[in-house]
Design a protein around this ligand. Structure first.
Ligand code: APR
Ligand code: PHB
Length: 389
């Protein structure tokens, strides 16, 4: 089989890219190793930057997110006692939209079916070949048969554990990585949120986040040391800890309820530099990971695919190789700034095992500075809504 662009992975990056390319008449095939229900049911973050909303709008896929997404004018930092409000709309004139990544995934999948985009599910054993030649190709197994796909380009949208990044020789790429000594223990529950805006809390006991999915569904997190067992955190213990870390104002608003979902996600900052080798491009988690503090993961995947689509569309429309050559610097410039923001917010809000009383004093002083400085609040707000494309 032959296609113009073979996309590995049908997460948000892969499907957004498939939509952007096929809307311009390009021939694409998407190859996903999991079944649709598995991909659909993954619970991830849910804060969309304006740039991500705009991409969904360009695809004509923003109806549900405009109807059901919660437009947030701001969010709060908490230092254990007080709430420090970051007036995102007042400072930047823009807003973020709370809309779960699983809902984005659902919208992209439904529209892929409706628009006849060729998505193959449960594709096994994908191997990439000759990606640094003019004729890259891949082999895989589908429904018990071997399949070969010849393409002009292959785009790896297959997440952190995928195969595409590994097709780039080690000598060509550089790994930049920081693994944090804690993870986020998250709980999803059908209870009203404790506050109408997100609260990121830095408490002597550790980090906590109060987030939401709707007026009746809440999402909360605390940080826990790496290696923590989920069985050690029955719901009541987790609610008690959230009460303590989020501070009295938020705690007064918390409604408790049984967990619909509870899991621990490790925290990592990771950039694979380079994001292209010949005719193989990487987008999203395949190329980089941010810790969830700041909710940049999905938004970075969206900006990568915007740049990749621009480059590929330019190549087919005008034979413009400069766009392809420019993909990596364009994407990485935005990635590194989001890495910086996510890392600095993680450093500000979490308790690191090696922290001394001095380190804690620095966190408190920085929070106090932010509370009193419009300049500091603007810096946070403009990063939170996402830097321009
Ligand atoms: N072959 C085919 N598909 C694969 C393979 C493989 N070898 N390995 C992984 N995949 C699929 C995964 O099953 C998944 O559906 O690739 C997809 C990658 O999707 P994500 O991990 O969601 O990554 P991405 O699309 O880059 O989304 C960006 O934003 O909030 C963050 O980390 C969060 O997933 C999120 C990301
Ligand atoms: C979430 O709602 O899951 C969420 C929100 C904000 C973050 C991370 C996760 O920074």
């Amino acid at each position: 089989m032959r296609t113009q662009v073979a996309i590995v992975g049908a997460g948000p990056a892969g499907l957004m890219l498939a939509h952007l390319l096929s809307a311009e008449g390009l021939d694409v095939v998407v190859l996903e190793c999991q079944a649709p229900h598995h991909v659909q049911s993954r619970i991830r973050a849910g804060v969309l930057e304006p740039v991500t909303v705009d991409i969904m709008a360009r695809l004509g896929l923003d109806a549900r997110l405009r109807a059901e997404g919660l437009v947030e004018d701001g969010f709060c930092l908490a230092d254990g006692e007080r709430l420090i409000r970051i007036d995102v709309a007042g400072l930047t004139g823009q807003t973020v939209t709370v809309y779960g990544q699983s809902e984005i995934q659902r919208d992209l999948m439904a529209a892929a079916d409706a628009r006849g985009i060729d998505v193959r599910w449960q594709v096994k054993d994908i191997v990439l070949h000759d990606v640094d030649s003019d004729r890259p190709w891949l082999t895989c197994r589908l429904d018990g048969h071997d399949l070969q796909i010849d393409a002009d380009f292959i785009v790896g949208c297959d997440g952190f554990h995928g195969v595409a990044r590994r097709a780039i020789p080690a000598a060509i790429g550089t790994v930049h990585e920081r693994v944090y000594p804690f993870g986020w223990l998250g709980i999803l529950a059908d209870v009203p949120p404790c506050h109408h805006e997100l609260i990121y809390a830095s408490h002597p006991r550790g980090f906590a986040l109060a987030s939401l999915r709707s007026q009746i569904r809440s999402r909360y997190y605390i940080d826990v040391p790496t290696g923590t067992r989920i069985e050690d955190w029955p719901d009541d213990r987790l609610w008690d800890e959230l009460d303590a870390r989020l501070g009295p104002h938020a705690a007064a608003g918390i409604s408790r309820g049984p967990a619909i979902e509870k899991s621990i996600a490790p925290l990592r900052s990771f950039v694979f530099e380079t994001m292209r080798h010949g005719r193989l491009l990487l987008c999203g988690d395949a190329a980089h990971i941010v810790p969830p503090t700041g909710a940049k993961g999905l938004n970075l995947a969206a900006s990568d695919v915007y740049y990749a689509a621009d480059a590929l569309i330019g190549w087919y429309a005008r034979g413009d190789g400069d766009g392809i050559a420019g993909y990596v610097p364009r994407a990485l410039a935005r990635v590194w700034k989001a890495e910086r923001f996510s890392w600095s917010l993680t450093r500000l809000l979490h308790r690191f095992p090696e922290d001394t009383s001095f380190d804690r004093a620095m966190q408190i002083a920085e929070l106090d500075y932010i509370a009193g400085s419009r300049a500091a609040q603007l810096t946070i707000a403009e990063n939170y809504i996402g830097l321009p494309l």
